[in-house]
Design a protein around this ligand. Structure first.
Ligand code: ZN
Length: 222
């Protein structure tokens, strides 16, 4: 989180850096590619604010902890408190829409899953949530019709659309708010479409949310 600030429509935001609530397996094709069953209710986990870092011009990955996978996700910046909220309250609380990488130490996660243990070490490590600047909802338009693309070294690896979410944004926010109060400055990551894979030092990434957000970055080691 060192040096990271939230930006909305190009302006530095006063919102603090809060927790990041994430949903796993929110796209059926991604659940299938990891041989996970489709969940009957949303799978939630949290990254602390120490996971936040800017997505460009460089991202740092751990290099001695097995494979570190990219998962490209539409992220939401929360501007108002949400607790047991309804969908109207959820809509009014979305202060920004962005792109984040849910970096995942896949080998460590697999070991933890195999042992029936929580995933924190694989998902919540320092720098595990590189994030773009945000745009306002007014700029973003329909949140359930956004293309999510990730190119690695010029090759298209992820090519999804938020219309394929199993839990769309508003039901997801209302569900999350039954368990975790969302505070101004918190973020929500809405899950990754299929096509995830490992990162190597030196990889060059291009990430896009429709034609609204475009980030170029390079993977470096700590
Ligand atoms: Zn994810």
């Amino acid at each position: 989180m060192h040096g990271y600030n939230h930006f909305i429509d190009g302006e530095k935001s006063d919102l603090p850096l809060g927790k990041i609530v994430c949903v796993g397996r929110n796209y059926a094709a991604h659940a299938r590619e990891l041989n996970n069953p489709l969940p009957t209710s949303p799978v939630l986990f949290i990254k602390p604010n120490t996971a936040l870092t800017a997505i460009d011009p460089q991202i740092i990955i751990p290099t001695a902890l097995g494979e570190c996978h990219f998962e490209t996700e539409m992220s939401l910046l929360i501007g108002k408190q949400l607790c047991h909220c309804n969908e109207n309250e959820a809509t009014a609380a979305i202060a920004g829409v962005g792109l984040s990488l849910d970096l995942t130490l896949r080998d460590i996660q697999q070991d933890l899953k195999d042992s029936g243990l929580p995933w924190e070490k694989a998902k919540a490590f320092d720098g595990a949530c590189p994030s773009s600047a945000f745009i306002s909802q007014a700029q973003a338009g329909d949140l359930q019709n956004q293309k999510i693309r990730l190119y690695k070294n010029g090759q298209l690896h992820q090519d999804g659309n938020t219309s394929d979410m199993l839990n769309p944004v508003l039901p997801l926010l209302t569900y999350i708010s039954q368990f975790f109060t969302l505070l101004p400055g918190d973020m929500v990551l809405t899950g990754t479409p299929a096509g995830v894979g490992p990162l190597q030092v030196g990889d060059k990434l291009v990430l896009e949310l429709s034609d609204l957000i475009h980030c170029e970055t390079e993977v470096i080691s700590a």
